[in-house]
Design a protein around this ligand. Structure first.
Ligand code: AMP
Ligand code: ZN
Length: 114
C-alpha cells in the first residue's frame, strides 16, 4: 500500500523506534504512549483491519502473539503483565488503516476500558 503510514514505518521510509523485526512482523514504540510500555505490533503485509483477516493471511496473528511474549520479556513486563488490544473500525477507535496490536504494560491498567 503506497499511502499507508504503517507500511511506510515497516519499510523504514518513516523512522520509528523499532523494538523487534522479522520477516513477518514489525514492532515499534507508540508515538503517544498510554503506558510506560506501549508498543505496536504489525504484520508487514498490509491488512486493513481485523475484518480483513482470512484463511490465507491469518497465520500472522499467532506469530504476533508469540512475538509479544518475546517483547514482554525484553521490556521487563513478562512477570507484571500486560494487555494486547486491537482497535477495529470506527467504533473500535481504529485511526490507522493497517492492522496493529497495542501492547501496553508497566502500570496497572484499568478494566473495563472506557
Ligand atoms: P489506533 O487508534 O488503534 O488506530 O492506534 C494508532 C496508534 O498509532 C496510536 O496509538 C498512535 O499514537 C500511533 N501512531 C500514529 N502515528 C505513529 C507513528 N508515526 N509512530 C508511532 N506510533 C504512531
Ligand atoms: Zn499498510
Amino acid at each position: 500500500m503506497n499511502d499507508c503510514l504503517f507500511c511506510k514505518i515497516a519499510n523504514k521510509e518513516i523512522p520509528s523506534q523499532c523494538v523487534y523485526e522479522d520477516e513477518l512482523v514489525f514492532a515499534f514504540k507508540d508515538i503517544e504512549p498510554q503506558a510506560p510500555v506501549h508498543i505496536l505490533i504489525i504484520p508487514k503485509e498490509h491488512i486493513l483491519s481485523a475484518m480483513e483477516l482470512n484463511e490465507e493471511n491469518a497465520n500472522v496473528i499467532s506469530h504476533i502473539f508469540l512475538v509479544a511474549g518475546k517483547i514482554a520479556k525484553d521490556s521487563g513486563i513478562d512477570k507484571t503483565g500486560f494487555r494486547i488490544v486491537n482497535n477495529c473500525g470506527v467504533d473500535g477507535g481504529q485511526t490507522v488503516g493497517h492492522l496493529h496490536f497495542h501492547m501496553l504494560g508497566g502500570r496497572n491498567l484499568m478494566w473495563p476500558p472506557g
